[in-house]
Each structure stands twice: as structure tokens, then as C-alpha cells.
Design a protein around this ligand. Structure first.
Ligand code: F6R
Length: 235
């Protein structure tokens, strides 16, 4: 595991975009595993800038996102599908048909978990998986538990995650309390993983990557990944 410390969020975002751009240049039809949240916003803005400058072509790229809230349709402004369209997919030349997220509004969530797992497997697992980290150590929405879940599953979000997410909703009661997420299996099967974290995550980053591997700190499993990079910003 490589841990790279940089001075600022701007540098973190530029470096993460360099790594993703390198992946796309080397394998134009690669499978990018993507994340939502505040952390990757600067990375996506950097990728858009490179596309606009003619430096990157997303036309053959396939994408799989980690997670989606349960109960939200893709056109809901709070959904992760909406977030991805707005911040990346609608701003580059990716084929929208090749962009995939779990469907949080599926009538049968168990069937949706199986469908999404099979889909990610059929794409050959991500070539590069981008991750953020929750203050409690979650990756995707793999929350602290007694066991690691390998496959796509639904999860009841913890109070701390609901609270963290409430900053993006008008009313606390609107914050979804459950989500569908890739399990640690797909994350570990990604050929490379890239986790980005701001200075506010320094403490959990230390617990996750310098402490024991435990499902109580789900990101700690990345210590066992053969090609994991963490970029941590000091400010
Ligand atoms: C979102 C996701 C989450 C976030 C994490 C950090 O797709 O997978 O694990 O990466 O909650 O969120 P931010 O970046 O908003 O601090």
C-alpha cells in the first residue's frame, strides 16, 4: 500500500485525476469504479478539464459506481446517479449506456443486488476503483460490522453516516437510512484501488491503514490489496 501525502485538496484532486487519466490512456476501454461524495468532486472537475482540453477520451470507458441510496430514483437530485451525471458523465463523452450504478428504486432489492454483482463481474471487475472513506472507516457503504460482506448488499446506514450525509439534504428526515453497495469482494477484485481523503479524515486513515485489519474499520481490508494507493491531503 502506497500512502502519498500532499499539501492541499487541489493537489490531491490533480494527482487522483492524473492516475485515472493514466488508466484511461493506457486502456481506453477500461472499467472505472467510481465514488460519490465531497472527496472526488475536485478529481472529477480535473478530469472534465482534461477532456475539454482534448487530452482525454472517455468514449470507450465503462463505469461502475459503488453505491446508491435505497428509495431514490435516478432523476432525484439527491441520488448518486444524478450526482454522477452532473459532475462527470454529462460533461465528458462517456456513453451513458456504459455507466452503471445500482438501482436504488428497484422493486426487489435482493434481485437488484444479484443483478449488480453479476454486471460488475461480467465487466471483469474494475481496472481502477476510486474510493472515499467515511469518518467511521466505511468504504462504499460497507459500514463497521462484525463481518466483511463480499457481495453487493443492502445496508442500514449508521447514525454517524446519516448525520454526515444530512448536510446535503434540506430536512434531516429526507436523508435515506439505507443504501445498496458493492461489497468488499468487488473492491478487492479491482486491479488497482485509489482512496482519497482530506485532512479531516487523518485519524480514520491512520486507524484503517496502520491498525489491525478488521470489519469494524472496513477500509482496513485495503491493507491486503495488492495495488492500493491512498492520497491524503494535509489541508
Ligand atoms: C460514496 C461512498 C462513500 C464516501 C464516503 C466519504 O459513493 O462510497 O463511502 O466515499 O462517505 O464521503 P465524503 O467524500 O463526502 O467525505
Amino acid at each position: 500500500m502506497r500512502i502519498i501525502e500532499v499539501e492541499s485538496y487541489e493537489k490531491l484532486s490533480a494527482l487522483a485525476a492524473d492516475i485515472i487519466a493514466g488508466q484511461v490512456l493506457l486502456k481506453p476501454d477500461c472499467v472505472l469504479g467510481l465514488a460519490t461524495g465531497s472527496s472526488p468532486l475536485g478529481t472529477y472537475a480535473n478530469l472534465v478539464k482534461r477532456y475539454e482540453g482534448g487530452l482525454l477520451d472517455f468514449s470507450r470507458v465503462r463505469t461502475v459506481n459503488l453505491d446508491e441510496y435505497c428509495g431514490l430514483k435516478g432523476n432525484d437530485p439527491q441520488s448518486y446517479r444524478y450526482f454522477m451525471d452532473k459532475n462527470l458523465f454529462d460533461r465528458v463523452n462517456v456513453d451513458k449506456e456504459s455507466t452503471h450504478l445500482p438501482d436504488g428504486s428497484a422493486p426487489d432489492m435482493e434481485a437488484e443486488c444479484s443483478r449488480y454483482e453479476a454486471l460488475v463481474e461480467s465487466l471483469g471487475w474494475p481496472d481502477l476503483q476510486l474510493l472515499g472513506i467515511g469518518h467511521n472507516g466505511h468504504i462504499g457503504f460497507n459500514e463497521p460490522e462484525d463481518v466483511f460482506h463480499a457481495a453487493v448488499h443492502t445496508v442500514k446506514l449508521t447514525e454517524s453516516t446519516i448525520k454526515a450525509n444530512s448536510r446535503l439534504f434540506d430536512k434531516p428526515e429526507d436523508v435515506p437510512t439505507s443504501a445498496i453497495t458493492m461489497g468488499v469482494g468487488a473492491i478487492m477484485k479491482a486491479k488497482r484501488v485509489l482512496l482519497i481523503a482530506g485532512a479531516d479524515k487523518a485519524e480514520i486513515v491512520e486507524r484503517a491503514f496502520q491498525g489491525p485489519v478488521t470489519p469494524r474499520v472496513p477500509a482496513s481490508v485495503l491493507q491486503l490489496h495488492k495495488d492500493a494507493t491512498v492520497i491524503l491531503s494535509k489541508a
